[in-house]
Design a protein around this ligand. Structure first.
Ligand SMILES: [Zn+2]
Ligand SMILES: [Zn+2]
Length: 274
């Protein structure tokens, strides 16, 4: 039995894949994971998303008195590779204090809804609400500038939205209200799909056993870059091999992802095309 630390109704996303793949029974415990940081930034986050996920799992484990815990953590923001697209990367982690191992997987998507706009009371919000896929996706409203409060989360009706916009615009120094997607998992179905996909990957990973010691969690831990340029032989930063590893022992296995004869396009070479 494992405990899933969640304040935002993630059990239906994480429980079934783990039950199907490895027969793990998962129950949820409600802990205040917001203490580890929130999307809206009213509580800042510290550490990497993986650290935060592990810390959440441990909160749940101590609350439930179990030695096997699960948690998820999302990072939503501009994608460094394509700055105009919003990427959602979800990590799901299993912490096993009996074996002393941590197994995690992630999934990324560019299909998450993350809309935001500044509005005045009385503005036509129709096009924005369509883009924001409201009310399936809930909204947050707060003053655009100046005051940090009030902040209304989980807005799912036009009546709530109109009242919140009026109240927040009235206290903003520019008289505008900021309306944006509520990215908490229970309020954002497009994010839930990404968490579910990450949980599927975690389940597959737990089912994969180390060929040396038999521990669960065998899978990719690193990527080796460096394919020689076709013209000059300089290494171009393209994946050459993946390294599989075990969370419990030092066993590693390198799997080439391109043939030894593979050469890189000189157009991508730092020496031929700096
Ligand atoms: Zn091993
Ligand atoms: Zn070159």
């Amino acid at each position: 039995m494992a405990v899933l630390a969640t304040k935002h109704e993630k059990l239906p996303l994480v429980g079934p894949p783990l039950a199907d793949a490895v027969g793990l029974r998962v129950e949820a415990v409600e802990v205040d994971t917001d203490a580890l940081g929130t999307f809206t930034g009213d509580i800042p986050r510290h550490g990497s998303p993986l650290d935060t996920a592990v810390a959440k799992a441990r909160l749940g484990m101590s609350a439930a008195g179990l030695r096997l815990g699960l948690a998820s953590e999302g990072s939503i923001g501009p994608d460094p590779a394509t700055p105009l697209a919003v990427a959602d990367r979800e990590i799901v982690v299993l912490v096993d204090d009996d074996s002393g191992i941590v197994i995690w997987e992630s999934h990324s998507s560019w299909d998450v809804v993350a809309a935001a706009t500044n509005v005045s009371p009385g503005d036509d919000l129709g096009p924005f609400l369509f883009e924001a896929r409201f009310p399936d996706h809930q909204l947050i409203v707060r003053p655009s500038t100046g005051a940090l409060h009030p902040i209304y989360k989980g807005i799912s009706s036009i009546g709530q939205l109109t009242a919140a916009v009026a109240e927040c615009a009235a206290v903003a120094t520019d008289n505008l209200a900021l309306v944006e997607t509520d990215l908490r998992a229970h309020a954002c179905p497009s994010r839930r799909a990404v968490i579910a996909a990450a949980a599927e990957r975690l389940a597959d990973r737990i089912a994969a056993r180390c060929p040396s010691c038999g521990a669960p969690g065998w899978g990719r831990i690193d990527i080796l870059l460096g394919v020689p340029c076709a013209r000059c032989g300089t290494e171009v930063a393209r994946p050459r091999a993946e390294i599989d590893g075990c969370p419990a022992c030092v066993h590693r296995d390198t799997r080439p992802v391109v043939s030894p004869e593979e050469r890189a396009d000189p157009g991508a070479c730092p020496r031929c095309n700096p």
